[in-house]
Design a protein around this ligand. Structure first.
Ligand SMILES: [Zn+2]
Length: 189
């Protein structure tokens, strides 16, 4: 297991457009393995190459956090030279980023996307994702374009502010109540 240092907001690497992967070398494969370790250690659901200082177009994601079965929950997507081929609808998403510690943001994302990419063997796949999964892939894809979510967010809060707000909402509406991103960010109390 090898953990890499995560670049943080302010590092110019995060603001640059990444270059295509021309060949899936052992170094790229090793970077992917380390990115998995680094992402899991930091409790993330995705991480992009520039976040460990590599200016190439690839990321990994483990987006099925709510899946019932463990195999689906642990499924990792290797996304090399990804391209978003279709977008539909809009949704508001509450996002965090390993490169923006301690913050959360409200971001407009498509509700559904199709995205194609090569896997570690260079084989091309096209996937379709909706809702939370779609936001994960759009967020990671943005990293390859030099965009981090605070660049496009409609609102920003610290994690502490967010937790206080969620506690207020739960106190008022009950422990099991669920809230849309709009309700959370509007501060409906
Ligand atoms: Zn991120």
């Amino acid at each position: 297991m090898a953990l890499r240092n995560i670049t943080v907001k302010g590092d110019e690497i995060l603001a640059k457009k990444c270059k295509p992967v021309r060949e899936i070398t052992p170094r790229i494969k090793e970077a992917c393995a380390d990115m998995i370790d680094t992402m899991k250690a930091a409790d993330g659901v995705g991480i992009a190459a520039p976040q460990i200082g590599i200016m190439k177009r690839f990321f990994i994601a483990m987006p099925h956090v709510e899946a019932e079965d463990e195999e689906t929950r642990n499924k990792i997507y290797y996304m090399i030279n990804p391209e978003i081929t279709y977008k539909e609808g809009t949704q508001k998403s509450t996002e965090g980023c390993l490169s923006v510690p301690g913050m959360m943001g409200l971001v407009d994302r498509p509700q559904k996307i199709r995205i194609k990419a090569q896997d570690l063997d260079g084989k091309e796949h096209e996937y379709e994702f909706e809702d939370f999964e779609a936001t994960v892939f759009c967020h990671e894809y943005d990293h390859l374009e030099g965009i981090i979510y605070p660049d496009v967010a409609k609102g920003l809060m610290t994690v502490d502010e967010y937790n206080v707000r969620m506690e207020e909402l739960r106190n008022h509406f009950g422990e099991d109540a669920e809230f849309t991103a709009d309700e959370i960010w509007a501060g409906i109390l």
